[in-house]
Every structure is written in C-alpha cells, then in structure tokens.
Design a protein around this ligand. Sequence first.
Ligand SMILES: [Zn+2]
Length: 219
Amino acid sequence: MDSSEQVGRAVKQLAAQVYSGLHGSGLRVEPVVELACLMEEYGLSGSAVREILERRTAELGPADVVRLGRELLELMDFEPGFDLEPGWWATLETAAKVVEGDLRASGIEGALGITMPDWDDSGCARVEFRGACGSPPIWPSSGKDIGVALAEVADATQDEVMEVTWMVWPTCPEHRLGLHADLVEGTAVWQCAGGGTHVAARIGELGGSSRRRDVRPST
Ligand SMILES: [Zn+2]
C-alpha cells in the first residue's frame, strides 16, 4: 500500500466517523478537523476544508461543526456502506422477498436473496439466485427507499434468472415481450414496451392479483 492509498483509507475511516456522528450520538470537532487536514493532503480541497484550516478549532461552535462535517462529506461524495446503514440492507432483503413472490407466481423455483460475495470489495450488494450472484452490483443507498430497492432488486433478479435458466422472465401476458423493472411515480413496476408503454403489474403482484394499468397519455 503506498502513502496516498494510506491517506485515502484514513480519509474513508474518518468520513465514516463523521457520518455516524452526524446521524447518531453527535459530532465532535476533532474528527472534522482531522478529516479536513487529510482531505487537503489528499488534494480534495474546497471551501469547507479551507474554512476549517483557517479558523481556530476553539472558534467552531456545535452548529459550525455539523455544517462543516456535512460539507466535507458532500465534497468527497461520501456514500455510507451497509455497516453504517444496516437498515438499507434490511430493505434490500425485504425487496428480495417481494421479488421472490413474483418468481413463484411464474412457477420459478429456487432461493432468492441478497449477498456480498467475497470476490467483490466494492461494498455493494448482489442478488443471489440458486447460488449464483453475477448480476450487476446494487449500491447501499438503493436501500434508502423501498420503491428504488424493489426496482433495483427486480432488475438484478431478471438478469440473474436469465443467466441461470436461459429464460426470459417475466413476460407480458398480452404481448409476450420481456418486461423491465422501473419506477413510475414512485411505484416499482414491471413495464412492457408493447402497444405503447404500459404497466403489466406492480413488482410483487405478478400473476394472480395483478391488474393491467395503462399509463399512456389519454389523448
Ligand atoms: Zn405488454
């Protein structure tokens, strides 16, 4: 590991500390100042970094610390992982249960879950279907919103099912085309491109209880 890698790792660790301070027990000034120093060293400068380095630590009140801590995280595009936001992982698992219901409704057997394979150190989640997990990575922040989580997990599941079974899944009963997962007005749906775009079913309502809902403009 060279020295810039070491600084990069220290920046990430401090950023995680600042994030949990902001979202939990409260943020102290020390990690914020330390993070600003390291960011400067790493070449990640910005107005928040300069403000922290120019002002005396004793001058920074609690409101300044919170504001500057947030600004530093924004400046470095900090993305919390599942270790800092375990609830996001739980949301992805819930989404996998819902999508598994769609698999069953189509008569497809096999366990569906969320995993982090050993070979992947990106911190992303993957869908695991019948033990295979080669579908595209799912970023932790997808677990912030159940609609986004459903659409992402459904999309990755479709990929994985295709890879494992060589089947196009799911398909539109009306047009026999492959559906694709999408978010329509905040709701996760299976969409079909046939006959003008239409929603075949909400994700989780494939088969039995699904109703065809047309989203074409009514001109
Ligand atoms: Zn269709």
